[in-house]
Design a protein around this ligand. Structure first.
Ligand code: 6R9
Length: 662
C-alpha cells in the first residue's frame, strides 16, 4: 500500500476508557504544553527539571548555546547524580519495590531485584571500581549480556562520575577494539558468557583477544553469568567481580557532578569513517529520558513496564535503564529472544508478569507475524495498555497486526521515532491523546521543533493550503535537553555531521514526509546508513570488514528491501587475482570475516562476486546503481544514463546475478 493510501485511511482514536487516566489527558493539553515548550522553553524546561529530577544544588541557567556554534548545554552549574536519581531517592518510600524484573533465556530464569538490593549491588560495584583507581572522567567499557549486571554496571559508573561505554555483546573483535581504544577505557566489565536462544555466547574469550591490543586497559572485571568454566584467566588483569564485590561496603556516596559532565559514550554508525562515540551528559539526558518515559508510555506507579531492547543500544540506555529507573518504575529486562523456546515467549512473559507497557521493534513483530496466530492468542494479554515500536519505520501491516493481535484493539500504539543522538523520543503519539495513522510516528514531542528542508538547497519547505504533503529531509531547529553534546574527542566530526549541513539546524539524516494533517512519516536514511533489524550499520564499516578478508580486493555494500529485517545487506565483491575457489566457499569466507570483525548481526544477507564494480570514469563506485539493482528497479528507465560508467556492461551482469538470489 502506498503512503498516500495510508494517509487517507481513517485514523485510530484512543478508546474513551483511556483518556481520563492518562498523564496528558487531551489533545488540547498536548497542544498547550507543546506551544509553551516552543514559545517559552526556559519556563517549560525549568518546571520539568524541578518536577522530574532531584538536584544537589540548583542550576543557574536553563538552556545555553546554539546549533550554529555546537555549544549546547543545559542547566549549567547544577549539581546532580544520575544514580542517586535512579536509586537513592526512591529508597525511603519504595525500597522494597521491584526495580528490575529479569527473565533469562529459559522462562524458569526469573529474578526480581528491589530498589534496596539494587542500591547495595551498585554501591559495592562503585566501591570496587574506586579501589581500581577509577573516578570522575575515567572511561569504562561494558561488554555484558542483557542482564541486571549490565544495569548495575552502568549505574555504578554514573555514581562515581566514570563515563561508561556499553558495547553491544553481539559485537565482534574489531568493533570492540576500536571502541575501547577510541575511548581509552581503563577497565572492561564483562561476563563469562551470554545465553540467547539456547546458544552460549563467549564474552570473556572475546575480551581475552581484545585486551592485548588495548594498552589503556588495566583490569577486566568478570561476572559469572552461565557459570561454565573459562578457557583462560589472567590473574594480573582479570578479577572475578562477584567475589571482589563482597570485599566492599554496600554503601558508596554519590559524587556531585555538573549537569554537563559526561554520563556515557555510545558508538553509532554514520555515513563515513569509523563509528562515532556520541557523548551524553548528566541532567539534560536524564530529564529527557524520564519525561518521555512517563508521557509516551503513560507510565504509572503500579505498572510493570517492559522494553525488549538490549542495553547495548540507546533504546536500552534510555528506556530500560535511565528513564524507567528515574521514574521509580519496575523495569523488565530480557536476555533471550522472541522465538525461544517458542514464538509465544513474549506473550507468555506478558501474562506471567502482567506487563502493562510493551516496547519492541518492527523487525520482531514481522518475525512473529509469520507464525500461526495461536502463539499470540494462547496468553492472557489483558494487562497491556500501551504498545511501543522503535528502530525503523513500521509498515502498516505490522502496525495493524500488533494493534489487533497483541493490543486486541484496546491499547495505544506508540510508534516512536528517535535516534542515539537524540537521547529520547522526537516524534511520537501520546497514549489516549494522539489519533494514530499506521506507519506515521505522528507529532513532535514537547520542545521538538521540526523542519522539513529541501535536501539540496536547505530551504525550509512549508505546507501550502492545497498541498497534500511535502517531502524533504528532517531537521530540528531548537535544542532539546536530551541531544548528544559531542562526539568523544572529535567535536569537529560532531559539528560536521549534524550541525554544518543545514546551518542553524540539527540534521537527523532521515527523509520525511509531512501530510496536510501535520503528521510526520519517516522515510528512512538519506545517507549511507543501512537499518538492519533496527540496527544502524554504515556501509563503509561493512566494506572495510570485507576488504579485510585476504581474498577480497574491493567491496561495495548497499541495503535492499527485506521482509523481516526492513533492510537486508547486499555486498558486491571483487576478488584478488588467483582465487580459483568455488564461489559458495568464497561467500562463506567473506561472511565469516564480517561476523568476526563486526558481529553476527552484520553478516551480509547476499554477497555477489563480480569481476568489477560499476564506477564512474573518475573511479567512484556508483552505489546509486547498486541500490537500484538490489531493489529490482533496474529497467533502463529506472537506472538512468549509465553510459558514463567506465564499464557499463558489468551492470547487466549484476542485474542478472542479483535476480537469481533476491
Ligand atoms: C532509537 C534508535 C536511529 C535511526 C533513525 C531512523 C530509524 C528509529 C524509527 C525510525 C522510522 C521510527 N528509526 N525509530 N524510523 N520510525 N519509529 O533506533 O536509534 O539506532 O540511533 O537509529 O533509526 O532512521 O535515524 P538508532
Amino acid at each position: 500500500m502506498s503512503d498516500k493510501e495510508n494517509q487517507e485511511e481513517p485514523k485510530f482514536y484512543p478508546p474513551p476508557s483511556f483518556k481520563s487516566k492518562c498523564h496528558i489527558s487531551s489533545i488540547e493539553q498536548y497542544n498547550d504544553m507543546y506551544k509553551e515548550s516552543i514559545e517559552s522553553p526556559n519556563q517549560f524546561w525549568d518546571q520539568q527539571a524541578k518536577k522530574f529530577l532531584t538536584w544537589f544544588s540548583d542550576y543557574t541557567s536553563i538552556q545555553h548555546g546554539s546549533f550554529e556554534k555546537g555549544d549546547i548545554a543545559w542547566f549549567l552549574n547544577g549539581k546532580i547524580n544520575v544514580s542517586y536519581n535512579c536509586i537513592d531517592r526512591h529508597l525511603k518510600e519504595n525500597g522494597d519495590k521491584v526495580a528490575i524484573l529479569f527473565e533469562g533465556d529459559e522462562d524458569t530464569m526469573v529474578k526480581k531485584v528491589t530498589y534496596r538490593e539494587m542500591f547495595e549491588e551498585v554501591c559495592r560495584l562503585s566501591n570496587l571500581l574506586i579501589s581500581l583507581g577509577i573516578g570522575k572522567g575515567d572511561t569504562v567499557a561494558i561488554y555484558l549480556p542483557n542482564t541486571p549486571t549490565a544495569i548495575y554496571s552502568m549505574l555504578a559508573c554514573a555514581r562515581i562520575g566514570a563515563i561508561h561505554s556499553v558495547i553491544f555483546a553481539g559485537f565482534g573483535y574489531e568493533s570492540i577494539v576500536s571502541r575501547v581504544q577510541d575511548a581509552k577505557c581503563r577497565v572492561i566489565i564483562t561476563a563469562d558468557e551470554g545465553l540467547r536462544g539456547g546458544r552460549y555466547i563467549p564474552l570473556k574469550e572475546k575480551i581475552d583477544q581484545v585486551v592485548p591490543h588495548c594498552k589503556t586497559v588495566q583490569h577486566v572485571l568478570v561476572f559469572k553469568n552461565t557459570g561454565r568454566p573459562l578457557t583462560s584467566f589472567n590473574p594480573s588483569i582479570d578479577i572475578w567481580a562477584d567475589e571482589a564485590m563482597l570485599d566492599h561496603r554496600p554503601f558508596c556516596p554519590p559524587v556531585w557532578l555538573d549537569s554537563e559532565d559526561p554520563l556515557f559514550i555510545l558508538y553509532t554508525s554514520g555515513s563515513t569513517g569509523t563509528p562515532k562515540g556520541l557523548v551524553h551528559t548528566q541532567a539534560g539526558y536524564l530529564l529527557y529520558a524520564a519525561m518521555t518515559h512517563r508521557y509516551v508510555f503513560d507510565y504509572h506507579d503500579t505498572d510493570i513496564y517492559a522494553c525488549m531492547a538490549d542495553v547495548g543500544w540507546i533504546t536500552g540506555h534510555s528506556y530500560i535503564v535511565y528513564g524507567p529507573l528515574a521514574n521509580g518504575a519496575t523495569t523488565f529486562i530480557f536476555e533471550g529472544t522472541p522465538l525461544h523456546p517458542t514464538p509465544a515467549r513474549y506473550w507468555q512473559m506478558v501474562q506471567r508478569h502482567k506487563i502493562t507497557q510493551f516496547y519492541t521493534a518492527p523487525t520482531a513483530i514481522r518475525s512473529l507475524m509469520k507464525f500461526p496466530i495461536s502463539f499470540t492468542q494462547q496468553s492472557d494479554k489483558s494487562s497491556l495498555r500501551v504498545l511501543g515500536s522503535v528502530g525503523e519505520p513500521i509498515n502498516p501491516e505490522a502496525w495493524r497486526w500488533f494493534n489487533t493481535n497483541v493490543g486486541e484493539g484496546r491499547c495505544a500504539i506508540v510508534d516512536t521515532y528517535w535516534q542515539t543522538e537524540s537521547g529520547g523520543h522526537l516524534i511520537t503519539p501520546l497514549p489516549g491523546v494522539t489519533p494514530t495513522k499506521p506507519g506515521s510516528a505522528t507529532k513532535p514531542f514537547f520542545g521538538i521543533e521540526l523542519q522539513v528542508l529541501d535536501s539540496k538547497t536547505g530551504e525550509r519547505l512549508h505546507l501550502k493550503p492545497d498541498d497534500k504533503e511535502i517531502s524533504g529531509v528532517l531537521a530540528i531547529s531548537k535544542p532539546w535537553p536530551g541531544i548528544a553534546r559531542s562526539v568523544y574527542r572529535s567535536h569537529g566530526r560532531y559539528l560536521q555531521t549534524y550541525m554544518n549541513q543545514y546551518k542553524g539546524h540539527y540534521f537527523t539524516g532521515d527523509g520525511v514526509k509531512l501530510d496536510s494533517d501535520g503528521y510526520y512519516w519517516i522515510e528512512g536514511r538519506v545517507d549511507d546508513v543501512i537499518n538492519v533489524s533496527g540496527h544502524r550499520l554504515g556501509t563503509a564499516e561493512l566494506e572495510s570488514a570485507l576488504v579485510g578478508c585476504s581474498i577480497c580486493a574491493e567491496a561495495a555494500v548497499v541495503g535492499y528491501p527485506h521482509d523481516i529485517k526492513g533492510q537486508g545487506i547486499l555486498a558486491f565483491c571483487t576478488l584478488k587475482e588467483g582465487y580459483q575457489e568455488d564461489e559458495s566457499n568464497i561467500i562463506m569466507m567473506l561472511k565469516k570475516e564480517v561476523r568476526t570483525v563486526i558481529g553476527p548481526f552484520a553478516t551480509p544477507d547476499v554477497i555477489v562476486i563480480t569481476p568489477s564494480l560499476p564506477k564512474t570514469r573518475s573511479g567512484k563506485i556508483m552505489r546509486r546503481i547498486l541500490r537500484k539493482i538490489g531493489s529490482h528497479e533496474s529497467s533502463p528507465e529506472q537506472l538512468g544514463d549509465i553510459s558514463t560508467l567506465a564499464e557499463p556492461e558489468v551492470v547487466k551482469l549484476l542485474i542478472n546475478k542479483v535476480s537469481k538470489v533476491i
